[in-house]
Design a protein around this ligand. Sequence first.
Ligand SMILES: [Zn+2]
Length: 262
Amino acid sequence: MFNPIIHVEAAAVILILSLFSLRFKLLNKSGVLASIPIGYIIYVFGGVEYFILLLVFYLTSGMATKLRVRQIGKEVMDKDWIRSWKNVVANGTAAVMISLLSVMGFDRGQITAAYLGAVGTAFADTLATEVGLLYPREPRLITNMRKVVRGTPGAVSPYGYLGGIIALLVLMLSSMVTGIAGLKIVIATMISGVLGMTIDSVLGATIQSKYRCIVCGKLTENKVHCGRAAEKVEGISFIDTHIVNLISTISGAVIAYLIAST
Ligand SMILES: [Zn+2]
């Protein structure tokens, strides 16, 4: 890591990606700013292979969101579709911590599994949301299986799980191509990713704060709806969708680490 070339390389790659992200609206300005240190640490400490896996997640999710916005409009999900720093930090923190652990003498294989568990959970959850929005029927709440309105935190559908599994297959293939994962780690990626996105849904359905719009009456995960402050109806106030993402990516990492350690 005292090799200056890798720092120059990381800086150049991240600069190009930052401009690309702004140009194609994959992130807003705050999102790009937050992604710079995250990408840098992962590139320099985790290595270029870890960075490539993050990039596969980032570009595939960005592309899926753009396609969905073009296909069914941005109004379907009532949040801003251009991702911000909150999204970047929620999905990138576990990956950064694991990259730092990778230079502290931990077993590289187990650390790679943990990294894939974290990135896999974030990737699966993101693609599950995008593909799930295409489901023609009403999704069901993961806790009681009752039909709920599309976009409700904790709502699941067969399309959502299909999207998540596609994300994990893409990530598994990428990790094999980059040569950092063998069969055991690849299996750990799939299991931890499916469990991680399920944990995300369970937390979304239970502890995540939910609000009811005082204008249109819709249940939402946003504090503001239809331009007005919405009324909190359930969940813990400070636990929003980003905190749920953070907890579920850490859970995915721990699960993958444990599987790889057996
Ligand atoms: Zn409303």
